[in-house]
Design a protein around this ligand. Structure first.
Ligand code: GDP
Length: 364
């Protein structure tokens, strides 16, 4: 599945958040937590639409989609130069598709901070700098290789070199690779480097429970600092989320949430934000045996989307029957939707929309 890496300085609440994520008792769905690797948690994506559909269809099973969260430890000041556990964090972070940066926005004298008073903006910069230094390393290594070919007159290599230099320049100025303004075609020059600061990022401002509903000065400062990045900042109390995650009883959970004035667990929002950060959308299939959510990338056409279910579906794709959720809610069955003229027949060029209820027709 698609992976989100959780990064941040020590003692900001990463482990607390990670264990909350991997402890969630998703009451409605057939929740499974696969312990293949202690650093990876496979988490159901909470989706109200799936529950609504299931209530109508009443299937034998309900299958949500998932996102993988990876706990990336060992990122400290100087990590890129071998401090702490050194480059250990790299192996994990290279393979993630997006990063969640946990930033400490709570004051608690009992929780040790090695680098002075709580300062989310400086924490963010420390982590970012380590990632940028690693990226700079990668870019410079490639420049050294490409330079020779470029000097011998290879025009394609010259172009590539120019793009690489642009990245080098930006990283040297403390900018992230993702902020470099080049075309998708030009981005190919660095695609093989899997740059860390190229991955989309979202910030989790870890606050005390008394600041659940308003930004404290730390969160305000963080928001200002990331204003130019077009990145989301989620205010969450990791410690509270860990407690919420442990409650298995649905009503008890609801009461607990209400006590804190929450509509739902902050983790639900985080999981959905991570999903959006990965540029993912969901379509559904609805049958008596199974009502299921499927993950695709935004912009995928019907055959490719069908291929997520089975490669035969893509290869033998004939057409897709599409129902929108409000129609399904209104007419209750596929055939009733068809009779009401609310079932669309779509071909190979149809771009699947978030929330579509799909039924694929294919040749075997
Ligand atoms: P990590 O090193 O980033 O993984 O941090 P941990 O998750 O181990 O948290 C470090 C310490 O901060 C632990 O003692 C946590 O109980 C505490 N902590 C985590 N989140 C919060 C929070 O929201 N408020 C307070 N006061 N303490 C927290």
């Amino acid at each position: 599945g698609l992976k989100c890496g959780i990064v941040g300085l020590p003692n900001v609440g990463k482990s607390t958040l990670f264990s909350a994520l991997t402890n969630i008792q998703n009451v409605a769905a057939n929740y499974e937590f696969a312990t293949i690797d202690p650093n990876i948690g496979i988490v159901d994506v909470p989706d109200e639409r799936l529950q609504i559909l299931a209530e109508i269809v009443n299937p034998q099973r309900i299958v949500p989609t998932t996102v993988d969260f990876v706990d990336i430890a060992g990122l400290v000041k100087g990590a890129s130069k071998g401090e702490g556990r050194g480059n250990g964090f790299l192996t994990n972070i290279r393979e993630v598709d997006a990063t969640i940066h946990v930033v400490r926005c709570f004051d608690d004298p009992n929780v040790v901070r090695s680098i002075g008073a709580v300062n989310p903006v400086s924490d963010k910069e420390v982590i970012e700098m380590e990632l940028q230094l690693k990226d700079l390393d990668s870019v410079e290594k490639k420049i050294a290789k490409v330079e020779r070919a470029a000097k011998s007159g290879d025009t394609k290599m010259k172009e590539e070199l120019n793009i690489l230099l642009e990245y080098k320049n930006a990283l040297n100025q403390g900018k992230n690779a993702r902020s470099v303004n080049v075309s998708d075609e030009e981005k190919k020059a660095v695609a093989d480097l899997f740059l860390l600061t190229m991955k989309p990022m979202l910030y989790v401002a870890n606050v005390d429970e008394k600041y659940l509903h308003e930004d404290n000065h730390h969160v305000k400062a963080l928001r200002e600092a990331v204003a130019g990045e077009n990145a989301e900042v989620l205010r969450i109390c990791a410690a509270l989320e860990a407690q919420i995650a442990e409650i298995t009883d649905k009503e008890e959970k609801q009461m607990f949430l209400e006590e804190y004035g929450l509509k739902e667990a902050g983790l639900n929002q985080l999981i959905r934000s991570a999903y959006a950060l990965l540029n993912l959308i969901t379509y559904f299939t609805a049958g008596v045996t199974e009502v299921r959510a499927w993950t695709i990338k935004k912009g995928w056409k019907a055959p490719q989307a069908a291929g997520v279910i089975h490669s035969d579906f893509e290869r033998g794709f004939i057409k897709a029957e599409v129902i929108k959720l409000p129609d399904y809610i209104k007419y209750k069955t596929e055939s009733a939707c068809r009779e009401a003229g609310r079932l669309a027949i779509e071909g190979k060029e149809y771009v699947v929309q978030d929330g579509d209820i799909m039924h694929f027709r294919f040749n075997v």
